[in-house]
Design a protein around this ligand. Structure first.
Ligand SMILES: [Zn+2]
Length: 460
């Protein structure tokens, strides 16, 4: 396939008349700028590399917006988690598949073209493995396949209720694996990988995984695949940091880095509470920080010093996590606006040498997100995935915006209908702003939510 764009965001910036050659494998085999008059139809607008969404818990889409009621339970992350567990107690694989497919359609329409699915809901409602232990994981993989979203499935190890080996309770029994079974489960998923569906591994958190299991799984995974993505929720809450210090004498990031396992294949999700030394150390090993600004804001997690990470040469990507927002631009704006309010100035989260805030944030999140999801290359470049989002720059809102400011305008000045078409692996999945399968996927989502109503209405 050959796609000829009026404009495209290349590593050098916005360039005119760009041809992308897409191989049968769904990757870009060549990029040529300045292509004119060769007879091929020109696709008007601006082609952006699709945004990787490096952190998702798809099922949580069903409770987005339903934990905003004060006065009942603890007004904190832990109170939100209680609402989430009530939903978890009711979900069957067909519900998870229906919710995930609907979410993934929303992600694609919003310009995300790949997702890291941090998947810890493994077992049946009683906490027993399904006849096929991978039934839940395969349900979320199937959902991505049906709607054409590139997915890195991150089966997640969860073994204890807190630091030091507290037992699992209630809904958490659906999450548990012993180490041997977990490795078998990962192996079974890897055996079914395909071009758009690959398998990584996640550790839920240091509070949920004891050190011996983390070391054993990391060693086994690295022996099988030196570049397999490894993700962990690391330092989301002050209480979690305090518990880690009480248990080990180390802060979570400090503890993990001292264990010596972290390399550039790692993604540290919610590295919210970190010291300057920890930030510099994350940057030095080349790991990606997984930022989920709208969820972190929604949960009252804390502020992340993205400017300090970037100044240290660190990398980041974005995730929609609990899916209170499914718009990558809102994640980028939220990360930057938190810093503007904090530092009391503008254009704060700039990569060294960059001048355009929106374009720099967008490009950095594409690169970091791609790295975290295990893509060998990123962006609209040879070897990169043919994952493209087309912005309709003929809309009146873009009138008078010069090429060099288009990505800034796209990120910072909300234009909800700006996305016209989306391709993943060279296949067009969104046209005219609408996913091709939206009707069917919506119908199944409505039916599933109707079945789950008592749990999702809990926040009313
Ligand atoms: Zn998460």
């Amino acid at each position: 396939v050959r796609l000829l764009f009026e404009r495209a965001l290349l590593p050098a910036g916005v360039v005119r008349d760009v041809a992308l050659e897409v191989g049968a494998d769904g990757f870009i085999s060549a990029v040529t700028a300045g292509v004119r008059g060769d007879g091929a139809p020109v696709i008007r607008g601006l082609a952006l590399p699709g945004m990787p969404n490096l952190h998702s818990h798809a099922f949580q889409r069903a409770m987005a917006g339903l934990a905003e009621v004060a006065g009942r339970g603890e007004r904190s992350f832990w109170g939100w988690r209680a609402v989430m567990y009530r939903l978890v107690e009711r979900l069957a694989p067909e519900d998870v598949a229906a919710i995930a497919a609907f979410l993934y359609v929303e992600l694609l329409e919003a310009g995300y073209t790949s997702v890291g699915e941090f998947h810890y809901l493994h077992h049946d409602i009683g906490g027993q493995p399904y006849p096929d232990p991978a039934a839940m994981a395969l349900a979320v993989r199937r959902a991505a396949g049906e709607v054409g979203l590139r997915q890195t499935l991150l089966p997640t190890l969860y073994q204890q209720g807190n630091f030091g080996g507290a037992p699992l309770e209630g809904a958490q029994r659906r999450f548990q694996h012993d180490t041997g079974r977990f490795l078998d489960y990962v192996q079974a998923l890897r055996a079914r990988d395909s071009q758009l569906a690959r398998t990584g591994v996640a550790f839920h958190s240091l509070r949920a995984v004891p050190p011996a299991a983390l070391a054993e799984v990391t060693a086994a995974v690295r022996a099988a695949d030196p570049v397999c993505p490894l993700h962990v929720h690391i330092a989301e809450q002050q209480r979690e940091v305090a518990d880690c210090v009480a248990w080990s004498g180390r802060r979570p990031v400090e503890y993990l880095l001292e264990s010596g396992v972290v390399d550039a294949g790692w993604c540290l999700v919610h590295a919210t509470h970190v010291s300057a030394a920890e930030l510099a150390a994350i940057a030095a090993v080349g790991a990606v920080v997984g930022l989920c600004p709208t969820t972190e804001g929604n949960l009252g997690d804390g502020r992340f010093a993205l400017d300090e990470l970037l100044a240290a040469g660190g990398r980041f990507g974005i995730g929609s996590d609990s899916h209170v927002s499914v718009d990558p631009r809102e994640e980028l704006r939220s990360a930057e606006y938190t810093l503007r309010l904090w530092r009391e100035r503008r254009a704060v989260a700039l990569t060294p040498g960059a001048t355009h805030t929106g374009a720099a944030l967008y490009a950095a999140a594409v690169a970091g997100g791609g790295q975290a999801l295990g893509h060998a290359h990123h962006g609209l470049a040879s070897g990169g995935p043919a994952d493209v989002v087309l912005i309709d720059t003929d809309r009146a809102e873009f009138c008078g915006v010069p090429d060099a400011a288009l990505v800034d305008a796209y990120v910072f000045a909300p234009r909800p209908a700006a996305i016209d078409r989306v391709w993943v692996g060279g296949h067009e999945v969104v046209a005219g702003g609408r996913h091709r399968a939206r009707g069917l996927v919506e119908e199944r989502y409505r039916a599933s939510i109707a079945r789950l109503a008592p749990a999702t209405a809990e926040g009313s």
